[in-house]
Design a protein. Structure first.
Length: 300
C-alpha cells in the first residue's frame, strides 16, 4: 500500500463569525425525482460545482453557515437532503443503504445536468462519498472526505459509550452536539457558537427551515451506518481502485469516527492526502476558516 502524504496543520480555533458577515441570499429549494425518491436541494455561490454530502440524520440546513459562506466565495455549492431526511421523500420499503444513497447522489448530479462535480462529504456522508467514488467515479472530479470510516473489520471502532449516545433518539440536543466537538472549554464554546449561527440563519431565512427527521429514517440510517456498513469488507477492498484525487480530513479529537480511520482509508487509496485540524468530529465547523482555505487549495 502507498503511504498517505501527510499535510499536518497546527491550527488555532477560528474566531466566531458575526451575523453581519453571513450571506443574506435566500435559498430556493427545488426537488428532482431520482429513482424511487424526490430529493430536495438548493445551490449557493458561484464557481466550479461542489456537492455537499451531509451525515447521519443531518439535513442540508445543518451545515455551519460560516463554513458555507467561506466556500461559496469560490464554489457553487449543491446542498441536498438524503432520502427520508428533511424535505426529501423516502420509499415505502427500506432501501436505505450507503451504496443506495451514493446512487441517489449520482442521480442528483445527472438530473442537474452536471458532467462532473467535486464533492465534500462529512461523517456518514463520507461513507456515501466513498461509495460514490467507487460506484460512479466518472461523475466526480476531486473528493474531500471528512471524518470518514472505511467499514468492516478495518475500521477503528468508536467506543460503545459514544456509539450508544449517538444512536439514542432521546439524548438532549446539546449533549448530542457535544459529541461532535471536544469535551473542553474551547469545544463547548465552539458548539454553542455553531448552533447559534445555524439557528440565527434559519430565523433570518438564509438557510431553509429544514430540520425534520422521522423516527423511521433514524432507524433506517442507523441500520445502514452500523449493521450493514460494519458487516462488510466490500467498501474497504474497493478503495484501492479509486483513481480520483482524494483528501482525507479529520479533527484530532474526533471520538465518533476516530482520526486513525482517515489514515486507514488513505493508505488504501493510491496517492491520497490526509490533513488533521483542531477540533473533533465537527472540526470543519470549529476550524471553518482553516478548513475552507484547505478545501480551496486542494480543489485548485
Amino acid at each position: 500500500m502507498n503511504p498517505p502524504r501527510l499535510l499536518f496543520f497546527v491550527l488555532l480555533l477560528s474566531a466566531g463569525v458575526c451575523s453581519s458577515a453571513f450571506s443574506q441570499a435566500k435559498p430556493e429549494v427545488r426537488h428532482v425525482q431520482v429513482g424511487d425518491v424526490s430529493l430536495a436541494y438548493y445551490t449557493k455561490g458561484n464557481g466550479k460545482p461542489l456537492l455537499m454530502i451531509n451525515g447521519f440524520l443531518s439535513t442540508m440546513s445543518l451545515w455551519d453557515p460560516a463554513l458555507l459562506d467561506r466556500l461559496a466565495k469560490k464554489h457553487q455549492l449543491i446542498l441536498f437532503d438524503n432520502r427520508g431526511v428533511g424535505f426529501s421523500t423516502d420509499s415505502r420499503n427500506n432501501n436505505t443503504t450507503i451504496p443506495r444513497m451514493a446512487d441517489d447522489a449520482a442521480g442528483l448530479i445527472r438530473k442537474l445536468g452536471y458532467k462532473k462535480v467535486d464533492i465534500l462529504a462529512w461523517s456518514m456522508g463520507a461513507r456515501i462519498g466513498q461509495q460514490l467514488l467507487i460506484r460512479h467515479p466518472g461523475l466526480v472530479g476531486k473528493a474531500i472526505l471528512c471524518s470518514a470510516n472505511p467499514g468492516g473489520t478495518h475500521a477503528v471502532a468508536t467506543s460503545p459509550a459514544v456509539e450508544s449516545k449517538l444512536n439514542d433518539p432521546n439524548l438532549p440536543e446539546m449533549q448530542k452536539i457535544g459529541l461532535v466537538f471536544p469535551d473542553n472549554h474551547v469545544g463547548k464554546e465552539a458548539a454553542s457558537e455553531c448552533l447559534a449561527r445555524i439557528k440565527q440563519a434559519a430565523a433570518a431565512g438564509t438557510i431553509p427551515n429544514d430540520f425534520t427527521v422521522s423516527h423511521e429514517t433514524s432507524v433506517r440510517q442507523t441500520r445502514a451506518r452500523t449493521v450493514l456498513w460494519s458487516g462488510s469488507e466490500a467498501n474497504f477492498n474497493a478503495l484501492k481502485g479509486i483513481k480520483n484525487p482524494v483528501l482525507l480530513a479529520d479533527g484530532r479529537d474526533d471520538i465518533i469516527d476516530l482520526p486513525q480511520n482517515s489514515v486507514v482509508i488513505a493508505n488504501q487509496i493510491p496517492f491520497a492526502w490526509t490533513a488533521f485540524l483542531e477540533g473533533g468530529h465537527a472540526f470543519l465547523f470549529q476550524s471553518n476558516k482553516q478548513f475552507a482555505d484547505l478545501v480551496s487549495a486542494f480543489l485548485q
